[in-house]
Design a protein around this ligand. Structure first.
Ligand code: ATP
Length: 409
């Protein structure tokens, strides 16, 4: 869709911002450009809408060299969102959002109706329409920035650190909202960030740049975590990539055992016979009730008479990741994770060791790095063959995603 072919860009002062970049970005997906400060991410982004012209090579959009398209026409099909939203301070929110439709010659009435629609789409109340940007919070302004970029329904969106100027809680909300929007809109998005966590959370594909404007690796988040191309990428991705990789392994792939799961009506002797330090007590529908420490069981009676330790949170085999499962194990008094099905019934339990075996078994194909092989993976779409992809990985809801006491989400 967007193709960089041997593209280089040097600024007049001699700085090489981008060095021989070849990259093909999939249609309808989010490609994240990530790397340390000054590695050429913004320059790369701005070459897509001709705010910056390459000094060598070709950028093409849907097969057409963008130099053949005049810049204003090109930009009509490309929304652009920047860090501080860049709203016009003396225009109302509605007029800010209506900017591009008006530029396109829409009638005022139609442009405003479209702006009102977009205000709702980005989750802002209609009464904000008449306010000015300074009367909105930073997070709300960013939403307006996104709405404005969507004004003419462009197929392509360029986003340069759009959520980095707001506090972490608002940022997480905006990111979640952004994922929701993209599921609906299927835009082709190029997203710049210096934060690898954001890249992994949002990207269908990630291009990691190194200083000097060189592409270090272009891959899916899963493969980046499993097979960093070199020490630079491994260092940039972080020490905890093993744990983060678990976000891409479906909990359904974890092997569970049920020897330590017993109904409340069971005699205490059965719990002792399980030869486990902890037993999970379930009701007659196999819904989890809590844990009993076998060493503290009364002499006789049933498990219903025994004191229960709190369950902790469960993980769902129908949507959670192995990372949620690991979190469930680490936070459980028994150190066992409780896996439940879609109805909240217990399927079985596993400890951290068993969970890590599932991650090891989940094969992630070697990095392709090849530009042509850029997979077309879209949010909410099916994973590539052979690559496990859980919802958690995309919602960023990995750790602690299991629901308290029942696994219903
Ligand atoms: N207008 C300019 N004139 C000269 N050099 C520039 C100009 N803009 C950027 N550069 C240089 O080009 C290189 C790449 O800059 P760019 O802004 O693309 O990097 P970046 O990865 O987006 O950085 P950051 O994460 O800090 O925003 C840097 O060395 C930068 O100093």
């Amino acid at each position: 869709m967007i193709k960089f072919d041997a593209v280089s860009m040097s600024y007049p002062n001699g700085t090489t911002a981008v060095d021989d970049l070849s990259l093909e970005l999939a249609e309808g997906g989010i490609t994240v450009l990530v790397g340390p400060s000054g590695c050429g991410k913004t320059t790369t982004l701005r070459m897509v809408n001709r705010m910056v012209e390459p000094t060598a090579g070709t950028v093409s959009l849907r097969g057409r060299d963008i130099r053949e398209v005049n810049a204003p026409e090109l930009r009509r099909g490309i929304g652009y969102v920047i860090q501080h939203a860049g709203l016009f301070p003396h225009r109302t929110i509605l007029d800010n959002i209506a900017t591009v439709p008006l530029l396109l010659g829409w009638s005022r009435k139609k442009a405003r109706a479209r702006a009102a629609e977009l205000l709702e789409l980005v989750g802002l109340p209609a009464e904000m329409a008449g306010r000015y940007p300074s009367q909105l919070s930073g997070g709300q302004q960013q939403r307006v920035g996104v709405a404005r970029a969507l004004g003419a329904d462009p197929p392509v969106l360029l986003m340069d650190e759009p959520f980095s100027a707001v506090d972490p809680i608002v940022r997480a909300e905006l990111q979640a909202e952004f994922i929701r929007l993209q599921k609906e809109l299927h835009k082709t998005i190029v997203f710049v960030t210096h934060d690898i966590d954001v890249a992994i959370k949002l990207g269908d594909n990630i291009a990691v740049f190194r200083t000097g404007g060189k592409l270090a690796q272009f891959d899916t988040p899963e493969r980046l975590l499993a097979h960093p191309a070199d020490d630079f990428v491994a260092g940039f991705v972080g020490q905890d990539r093993g744990i983060r990789r678990l976000s891409f392994v479906n909990a359904a792939e974890v092997t569970l055992r049920d020897n330590a799961v017993l109904p409340a009506i069971s005699p205490v002797a059965r719990a002792r016979a399980a030869e486990e330090p902890w037993v999970l007590v379930v009701d007659d529908q196999r819904r989890p009730l809590g844990w009993v420490a076998v060493a503290e069981l009364p002499e006789s009676g049933t498990l219903a008479d025994a004191p229960l330790a709190p369950l902790g949170h469960t993980f769902s085999l129908a949507g959670d990741s192995a990372r949620a499962a690991l979190d469930s194990a680490l936070l459980s008094p028994s150190r066992l994770a409780v896996g439940v099905d879609a109805d909240g019934a217990v399927v079985g339990v596993a400890d951290a060791h068993e969970l890590s075996a599932a991650a090891a078994a989940a094969e992630v194909p070697e990095a392709t790095a090849a530009v042509e092989a850029a997979p077309e993976v879209t949010k909410g779409g099916g994973p590539e063959p052979g690559v496990a992809k859980s919802e958690d990985a995309k919602t960023g809801d990995a750790a602690g995603a299991g629901s308290p006491g029942g696994g219903e989400r």
